[in-house]
Design a protein. Structure first.
Length: 136
């Protein structure tokens, strides 16, 4: 059985009146199970040269209502280079956020019918997106 653990640590000495230090870990398991997720797309990079919407994760390739996890990272160091992250089916995409230079995100993804992950770069110059889907 595969074992994959995700850990996030947040710390700051000046965000609040007191020092902040939070840490959370979880073992990634299949839906309704204690069995670990055992498949991945592997860490990949996609190069964008236009600022038009692109389906990064096509829901039809994965079983719906499962415990998939999606990692995205914008390795840019240029503040105007961000990715608009949306989910939907093209006609009715819903923006879930912007991934600015240096930012990353790790989210659950159920692959429900007509829920693709859509990426739109902010600029038409070359931008790189790093991503990985851990799935059932």
């Amino acid at each position: 059985m595969a074992t994959t653990t995700a850990t996030v640590t947040l710390s700051s000495s000046d965000l609040t009146g007191d020092a902040l230090s939070l840490s959370a870990s979880t073992t990634l398991t299949k839906a309704d199970s204690v069995t670990g997720l055992d498949q991945t797309t592997g860490v990949a990079r996609k190069i964008y040269t236009q600022n038009t919407a692109d389906v990064l994760i096509d829901e039809s390739l994965y079983a719906d209502d499962k415990a998939h996890k999606l990692y995205l990272r914008n390795p840019s160091t240029v503040s105007t280079e961000y990715f608009l992250i949306s989910v939907g089916n093209g006609a009715a995409d819903t923006e879930i956020g912007r991934l600015y230079a240096g930012d990353w995100m790790f989210i659950p993804y159920s692959a429900d019918t007509n829920v693709d992950v859509v990426i739109t770069p902010s600029v038409a110059t070359t931008m790189t997106l790093e991503y990985m889907l851990i799935h059932e």
